[in-house]
Design a protein around this ligand. Structure first.
Ligand SMILES: CC(=O)SCCNC(=O)CCNC(=O)[C@H](O)C(C)(C)COP(=O)(O)OP(=O)(O)OC[C@H]1O[C@@H](n2cnc3c(N)ncnc32)[C@H](O)[C@@H]1OP(=O)(O)O
Ligand SMILES: O=C([O-])CC(=O)C(=O)O
Length: 374
């Protein structure tokens, strides 16, 4: 793998601490969680195993996994006060604002009083995030008060079940599971770094997660999967895709779902989700979204040597599973919560408050002019 030339703004390339949770752009296909290649994990384990790995440092054995899944299932009930808050948030709210408010509200209702409660607090958030976003969505858009306690075995299938009101197909359940694995953890990305900065003040887990959701919301980070959908939805065929992109590049527009702060030639998550998007397209009425996405990928590489990041083919994959575009980034939250929480645990275990310095570029020292003379 070629190292990206790093330096300058955005703290690019500077080490801001240690982690044993993941490596980005260093070994294997480019992304490892606790030493396992993400490609290996996406092929051979489930998201619940990845969550356990990030929280405990090792994959669970069968007994541990069964107990963990049982625990998560038992935590799916939303408190009445949280449902009341969700019912008051309007349908035109940004779903990431719903997630941010809900994480904060849960922090009021079920405050983490001591760090010894951190894993239970994280499991509770993990178990409830799919219910939170689907409860708000179904109530605000259709007036449904859904029952959030179901017997779904896995979080991805649980989300699709609550969203659509019926259990998903095996293929859809598997794609959601893989998607959650791919989004789970990514070293010191902007939202995780937000969580760690907050943790370094010895704040509570809900504050760390609430802040991280705010950072993930932006289109340069998690919001890119929705922005990519907005781009591809209007592309009629590969020729049209090429001409729209050529115009955008001429305008110096950023093309969402392309490029990365660390990877230089490819994002290993792309090949995986792309292959699942292709499978979904073969079952769909039309393969247009997949075909135009492939044309965008080829054109961007040919013109700018820019490659698809994790977000680009997630857009078509999620769309093929009937997921409304506005819920794409909240799914990212449901997954990345595991990475955020694991980083909070790691920060707390060896903490020093994160407080860098700034290079001052303002005016020279001066004295106050009395107000009547200004
Ligand atoms: C899961 C995730 O969060 S993955 C990231 C999701 N975000 C996106 O997809 C948004 C689109 N992409 C981007 O904005 C950027 O590629 C980022 C934010 C991901 C990384 O930013 P940086 O590290 O600053 O990018 P990088 O240093 O590689 O940029 C090099 C050049 O390529 C350009 N470039 C990078 N990405 C893009 C893009 N998607 N479209 C057009 N040009 C781009 C930059 O503008 C820069 O040009 P310049 O030198 O003329 O200023
Ligand atoms: O690492 C980054 O900068 C962004 C990213 O891909 C992620 O958070 O998954």
């Amino acid at each position: 793998m070629v190292d990206k030339k790093l330096g300058g703004a955005g703290l690019r390339g500077q080490s801001a601490g240690e982690t044993s949770l993941s490596t980005v752009g260093q070994s294997g296909t480019g992304l490892t969680y606790c030493g396992y290649d993400v490609t290996d994990l996406a092929e051979n384990v489930t998201f619940e195993e990845v969550a356990y790995l990030l929280f405990h440092g090792e994959l669970p054995n069968q007994t541990q996994l069964d107990a963990y899944k049982q625990k998560l299932k038992s935590l799916r009930c939303l408190p009445r006060a949280l449902k009341e808050v969700l019912e008051r948030i309007p349908a035109d709210a940004h779903p990431m604002d719903v997630m941010r408010t809900a994480a904060s509200m849960l922090g009021n209702l079920e405050t983490e009083k001591d760090f010894s409660e951190q894993k239970d607090a994280a499991d509770r958030l993990l178990a409830t995030f799919p219910a939170i976003i689907c409860y708000w969505y179904r109530f605000s858009h259709f007036g449904d008060r859904i029952i959030t306690e179901t017997d779904d075995d896995q979080l991805g299938a649980y989300f699709l079940h609550l969203l659509h009101g019926k259990k998903p197909s095996e293929l859809h359940a598997r794609v959601m599971d893989v998607s959650l694995i791919l989004y789970a953890e990514h070293e010191f990305n902007a939202s995780t770094f937000t969580a760690r900065v907050c943790a370094s003040t010895l704040s509570d887990l809900h504050s760390c997660i609430t802040g991280a959701i705010g950072s993930l919301r932006g289109p340069l980070h998690g919001g890119a999967n929705e922005a990519a959908m907005e781009l591809i939805q209007d592309l009629t065929d590969p020729d049209h895709a090429r001409s729209v992109l050529a115009q955008k590049l001429a305008n110096k527009d950023k093309i969402m779902g392309f490029g990365h702060a660390v990877y230089r030639e490819s994002d290993p998550r792309n090949a995986i989700i792309k292959q699942w998007s292709q499978q979904l397209s073969q079952q769909a009425d039309s393969s247009r979204l997949y075909d135009v996405s492939v044309a965008c990928e080829a054109f961007m590489w040919e013109q700018k040597k820019l490659f698809c990041n994790a977000d680009f083919f997630h857009a078509s994959a999620y769309h093929y599973m009937g997921i409304p575009t506005k819920l794409f980034t909240p799914i990212f939250v449901c997954s990345r919560l595991t990475g955020w929480a694991a980083h909070v645990f790691e920060q707390r275990a060896n903490n020093r408050i994160i407080r860098p310095s700034a290079d001052y570029v303002g005016v020279e020292p001066r004295t106050v002019t009395p107000i009547e003379q200004r």
